[in-house]
Design a protein around this ligand. Structure first.
Ligand code: SF4
Ligand code: SF4
Length: 205
């Protein structure tokens, strides 16, 4: 993805989600940070985040920066879609969907859309770009005004967790961790612990 193609959001932006569900289907990629894994594991009542991988709910994929990231595994039949997507109204005229993880367990990337956060620790960049959630997302046509500052304030704690996660990823890249080491040192953890304890442990891997 070439970040130069996207508009930087400094505060005001226009958007209103219509719950059409298009960004939850097809080739969309839902990457998870450590706190997302924590929420998802607890949602499934697992004792360990490892069970998300063992049950193939989450897969580990290499991103463009060669880091291994967890991603929700979409179902492939009868079409590609996120397994947490619920169809709440099948009428084609009023078709609407709902995320079964909303609001308490929804991944941050889904909450923030159309804002895409870009963190580059080497260049000290932490900014937001306007990224269409799906190629045919109707939400981008809306003239509803939103403020970046409101979104940042609403998700303040999760954004801080995400920043710390990126620092862990940088350390992993600097140490050239293997795929297995990413799993064992970063993504596997005991879900019976509180998240701050888990995160602090991962920062010291
Ligand atoms: S494609 Fe756009 S309008 Fe549709 S659910 Fe996703 S964000 Fe909302
Ligand atoms: S987690 Fe929810 S919002 Fe995100 S892609 Fe899946 S159904 Fe859509």
């Amino acid at each position: 993805m070439n970040m130069d193609e996207f508009t930087k959001v400094t505060d005001k932006y226009h958007f209103k989600c219509t719950s059409c569900g298009r960004c939850c289907t097809g080739g969309q990629k839902v990457f998870l940070n450590l706190y997302d894994l924590f929420k998802l594991g607890r949602y499934h009542k697992y004792e360990s985040s490892r069970m998300l991988f063992d049950a193939w709910r989450v897969v580990l994929v290499k991103d463009q920066n060669q880091a291994y990231l967890p991603r929700i595994r979409f179902k492939l039949k009868p079409f590609q879609f996120c397994p947490y997507l619920l169809n709440i109204d099948a009428d084609p005229d009023t078709f609407r969907t709902k995320c079964s993880l909303h609001p308490d367990n929804k991944p941050l990337i889904c909450f923030l859309a159309p804002l895409g956060r870009v963190i580059d620790l080497d260049r000290e960049i932490d900014e937001y770009l306007y990224i269409n959630p799906a190629p045919d997302c109707p939400g981008i046509e809306s003239d509803k005004e939103n403020m970046l500052s409101a979104a940042v304030s609403e998700f303040e704690q999760e954004l801080k967790f995400q920043y710390r996660f990126f620092k862990i990823l940088k350390k992993a890249a600097d140490n050239e961790l293997s795929r297995q080491a990413y799993l064992e040192d970063i993504y596997y953890f005991d879900l019976r612990q509180d998240f701050e304890t888990i995160l602090a442990g991962k920062e010291n891997f």
